[in-house]
Structures are given as C-alpha cells and as structure tokens.
Design a protein around this ligand. Structure first.
Ligand code: ATP
Ligand code: MG
Length: 568
C-alpha cells in the first residue's frame, strides 16, 4: 500500500527559522536550485524548486539558479534552455533588484576550482593518482571491508603539482590520471576514501568548449560553488546525506564560507518514474513522442497537458518536507489540478463520441441562440451564446436502447434536458445493417427553452450536446498513466522498467464535435468540457483542426484502476 501523504510540515523551514533567531549567516537566507542540464525538469524537481525559491521568498532572501554543468558528456544547451523556461513558468525568477540575473554555472567556476585543487595539493590534502578507474574502485573496499591506499598516495607535493598542471594542459589521455583527496581509506563512509576530485576528459563542453581537458567531480564542485555564491542553506535530496562529510571537508580544508547542506525527502509518485535517465530512455526509445509528451511527468509535458503552475505549487505545498522518503499518490497531484481548473476553466460543450439526433419538430432552416453560463464558479467569466438547430450530436454513451436501472439518460420514450436548451424526447432509433444505433429521432418541447418546463415537470438527466450544423471537428487525445504498475520499478526479475509501460496510455479520438466558441482556442488555453473533464488546446492545433488534450477527468478514476489491479 502507498503511505498516506505526510503532514504539511517542513523541517527545513524550521532550521531556517532557528538560524534567523540565532543570527547565524547574519540574518541572510540564500538558497539555490542546482539542476544538471542533462534532461528536462520533472515534477520531482518542482518540489525542490518550490522549496528553495519558496523559503527564500518567505524570509526576504534570494535564490540562485545554478546549472551544475560538470559533466560535458551528458549536458546540452537545449536542456539549459528548457530548465530556464520551466522554472519561470512555475512562477519563480532569479532577478536582482536592478534586473540582473542570479543565473550561474558551475562551469563559470572551473578556474577557481582549479586554483583550489592546487591549494589542496600544496597543503598535502590531495594527490595525483595513476590507478585506472577499475583499480580505484577495487582499492576502495566495501562497507564491510576497509579500502587500500593507492601506491601513489605518498608521492611528493611537487610531483602531484607537476602532474596536475600537465593534466590541465591536456598532455595525458582520458583515464590515465585522477586527482584525489587524501582523506582516509579506512573511513566507514566510502565517500571519504580518497575520493576523486578531477578526472581527465577530452570532451567539448556546451559552455567552455575545449578549454578544459579535466573536469571536477560533483562533490568537488558543488559545495565550493555554493560557497562562492554565499549560499546559506544548500538544500538537496536525501541520497546526498552520505556526501555531507565530504562537502564539509572540502570547504573546511579550503577555509572558505561554509554553507549548511540539508537533505530532504525526494518526491516519488505512483504510476510514475521520476528519473531523468529513465525519461531520456523513454524519449529515445519512442515510448513517448518527446520530452513534452503530455503523458510525461516533465514540467514541459504537464504544461502541454494543461496543468497549471498554481496547481503544481499547491501540490508541492501539500507534500510537506521531511527526512523520510515515501511515495505520493498520483491522484493527489490530479486533485490539485482539478481544484485549480475548477476555479478558472470556462465550461464548454464538446461531444467526444458523437451520436446524431434529429429533432423532427424543429424547422430545418431555423437556428436558436441559447444563453450559457461560462463558469458558475466565476461570475466574471460571463455568458455566451450556443447555437441550436434541428440536428445535434450527443454523446453515444448518453443513450441506451434498453436502459438498465439507474440509467436516467436518453432512451426510447424518455425525456431529458439538453444543457442550456430544451427538453427532448426520443421517439425512434435508426440502426445500420449490423444493428448499431446510428441516429436518434426526437421531438423537443418549445416551452422548455432555457431548461425548465412551465408545468414544472421534471427530467432526471441533463446531457451535453453540440449543434451539428455549427460543430467544429476536432481531434481529442485522452491519457492514462504511462505505467500500469503502481511502482514502475516493480517489474519481474529480468524485466526492465519498460515491462510496466501502459500500452493504452494514449487514445486518440477523431471527429469529435466542439461547440463553435472553441474553434479559435489558442494552444495552451484550458476548458472544462461539461461532464467530461478538463481539456487544453494542444500545440498541434491548426486553424482548421483543433487538437485538445484531456488534462484530467472530472472525477478520480484511480479507484477503478486499483480495483482492476486487485483482481489480477
Ligand atoms: P534525476 O534523478 O531525475 O536525474 P537529479 O537529482 O539527478 O534527478 P538534478 O538536476 O541533479 O537531478 O536535480 C536538481 C535538484 O533537484 C537537486 O537538488 C535534486 O536533489 C532535486 N531533485 C531531483 N529529483 C527530485 C525529486 N524527485 N524530488 C525532490 N527533489 C528532486
Ligand atoms: Mg543529479
């Protein structure tokens, strides 16, 4: 079972409050969000973004956007651009009062980091090692076994300085040397067993080009970058807890500003994979169309799908921040999306699986303009006109020839209300040769215009509809979770995560019928299609062919999925 979401508590906030009380950091709060530009941001990153930017904003502090770009092999400008776009879209910025940006790159600090590496060598705290990668690993030992010291550990400071400078000028091939910190090969924490600080990599960097044939490791770059920027609270996810002693060791040995690293629980979501590596695999293998496929948990994917920044921020606020990793139900995220869209999305009528209805007592050349309320939750959204004519479409599912008990919608002889319109009664059913219902014949009661009968007679159902003569044809894309497994990593032995991919995560409907006011909806515009859910115009929308994504259904459908899962 999935654990219930934690309380809305935030222990990092408590630490910041305490520091402000004691006057630590001179009353400053300065955080950073440090993405590696090796993929698009996902909803897990949103939690970190809201935490870092949210805390600083609350206490009048600052947040830097810092690209942790120390691994040229996997990093690209496209990712940098997408990250900038996504953080801004979530509603945060890194501007100073004078309009300048606090956008930084670890690669801006390569020169300073190099100088600091030289300092550690001179202090006797670092050495150049000639062991290969495999050898370094085998010398490291394990949790139960201490490591062995490198035979190069005690080479002279002069030798190490000379070799490191020659590493820097590009004299040596990849993998031939590393620079390592001289800490303790017997340390219980493996991260302290003479960790590698620099490796040789003749690779072009997306910002520094071919300036550097050596690159600092994450641990040697991160804390020092924080220090350079005057960060007070360096907030990261729990898997970095074991790296904290190393973070502290570097800044202490260098004698520079010492930010406090604080680790929190990373977000995991049911039916969802939150790992850039996996998401990249899904893009590359064609499981999804792109990083911004509306099924993806990326910020760009859920934006395209129609999620709002407000909904995501509310969701993140609800998560709380703790020291224990857990898994949050996807339905909690969807709940916030529904709540927010309920307030802001205009209601419209659209028929996804159309069944034609001919209203026999309505003149063929006549049209009526009915008044419809745009959003009952928002009086400022006003009213609109909806055209009505002799032929309309209703949802196929809203008719049953032999209605079961509890089915109150249209069936032969039954009267229902058309939303904003008239009462209609089904008089006969037209079928094709195979016996499928292809058309209904109905009559309407002109006295019920606007939805009420003068004799106060009642109907049990109100259904949505679209005038056939005025309908706009559209493509509508329906989405289900990308994975059928609550935990997509729970595949059988020998199977990888792709075994849990949901083959029915996308359903494309053609020839859906929209009311005409939806004809010119620009990409990104969100609506409620009455009785169906929230929908958003997709970027594939063309002037003559609207394309809509279902953002989320009106009601929680997970109960259904869970029942299906339990039956298996
Ligand atoms: P991934 O595992 O998806 O590749 P990452 O941790 O490698 O993510 P980074 O670019 O290094 O990605 O992350 C930037 C920041 O976002 C880091 O501080 C990281 O701890 C945080 N972060 C990443 N994933 C999550 C998550 N699922 N929940 C909360 N914070 C996260
Ligand atoms: Mg990372």
């Amino acid at each position: 079972m999935t654990p219930t979401p934690p309380e809305r508590s935030n222990f990092v906030r408590d630490i910041v409050l305490e520091d402000l009380k004691t006057g630590k950091n001179g009353g400053r709060v300065h955080t950073r969000f440090p993405p590696e530009p090796n993929g698009y941001l996902h909803i897990g990153h949103a939690k970190s973004i809201c935490l870092n930017f949210g805390l600083a904003a609350e206490f009048g502090g600052k947040t830097n956007l810092r690209f942790d770009d120390t691994n040229p092999a996997k990093e690209e400008q496209e990712y940098v651009d997408s990250i900038i776009r996504d953080v801004q879209w979530l509603g945060f910025n890194w501007l100073n009062d004078d309009g300048s940006e606090r956008r930084y790159y670890a690669s801006d600090y390569f020169g300073q980091l190099y100088q600091w590496a030289l300092q550690l060598i001179r202090q006797g705290d670092a050495f150049v090692c000639d062991l290969s990668g495999d050898e370094v690993r085998s010398y490291r030992g394990s949790l139960s076994e201490p490591g062995r010291e490198s035979p190069f550990r005690n080479r002279s400071v002069e030798d190490s300085l000379d070799l490191f400078q020659r590493m820097r000028t590009g004299e040596f091939p990849d993998g031939s040397h590393t620079l390592r910190a001289k800490i303790d090969m017997a340390a219980a924490n493996l991260n302290l067993r003479d960790p590698v600080m620099y490796r040789i990599l003749h690779a072009e960097h997306h910002r520094t080009g071919n300036d550097w044939p050596i690159y600092p490791m994450y641990d040697f770059a991160h804390g020092q970058s924080d220090s350079i920027e005057g960060i007070t609270h360096s907030i990261c996810t729990l898997e970095f807890e074991d790296h904290r002693p190393l973070y502290d060791w570097y800044v202490e040995k260098l004698g520079i500003h010492h930010p406090q690293q604080i680790e929190f629980d990373r977000l995991n979501l049911t039916y969802t994979l939150l790992s850039k590596r996996r998401l990249l695999q899904m893009v590359q293998s064609g499981i999804v169309r792109a990083w911004d496929d509306p099924r993806m948990p990326t910020i760009s994917g859920i934006r395209r799908r129609g999620y709002t920044p407000e909904a995501i921020r509310n969701f993140c606020r609800d998560l709380g921040v703790s020291k224990t990793n857990g898994t949050i139900e996807l339905r909690l995220l969807e709940h916030h999306v529904r709540e927010d869209l309920n307030k802001r999305a205009p209601r419209m009528m659209a028929v996804l699986k159309p069944l034609k209805v001919v209203i026999e007592n309505y003149a063929a050349d006549e049209t009526d303009e009915l008044d419809a309320v745009n959003n009952p939750e928002d009086p400022a959204a006003g009213m609109r006109k909806v055209p009505f004519s002799r032929e309309i479409y209703i949802e196929h599912d809203d008719f049953k020839e032999d209605p079961p008990k509890q089915f109150y919608r249209l069936s032969p002889g039954r009267e229902v209300r058309l939303r904003w319109g008239y009462f209609i009664t089904c008089t006969s059913v037209v079928k094709d040769d195979a016996g499928n219902v292809v058309e209904l014949r109905c009559t309407y009661d002109p006295e019920t215009r606007g939805g009420n009968a003068p004799d106060a007679r009642k109907v049990k159902a109100t259904i949505h509809w679209v005038s056939a003569a005025h309908a706009v044809d559209a493509e509508v894309r329906l989405y289900e979770p990308l994975f059928t497994l609550e935990n997509p990593n729970d595949t059988a032995p020998g199977e990888d995560f792709t075994a849990g991919v949901n083959p029915a995560s996308l359903e494309v409907l053609q020839n859906c019928k929209l009311e005409p006011s939806l004809a010119a909806a620009p990409a990104g515009e969100r609506f409620q299609f009455e009785r169906l859910g929230y929908f958003c115009a997709d970027i594939d929308t063309a002037p003559d062919k609207p394309v809509f994504n279902r953002t989320v259904a009106l009601r929680d459908s997970y109960a259904k999925i869970e029942k299906r899962e339990q039956k298996k």
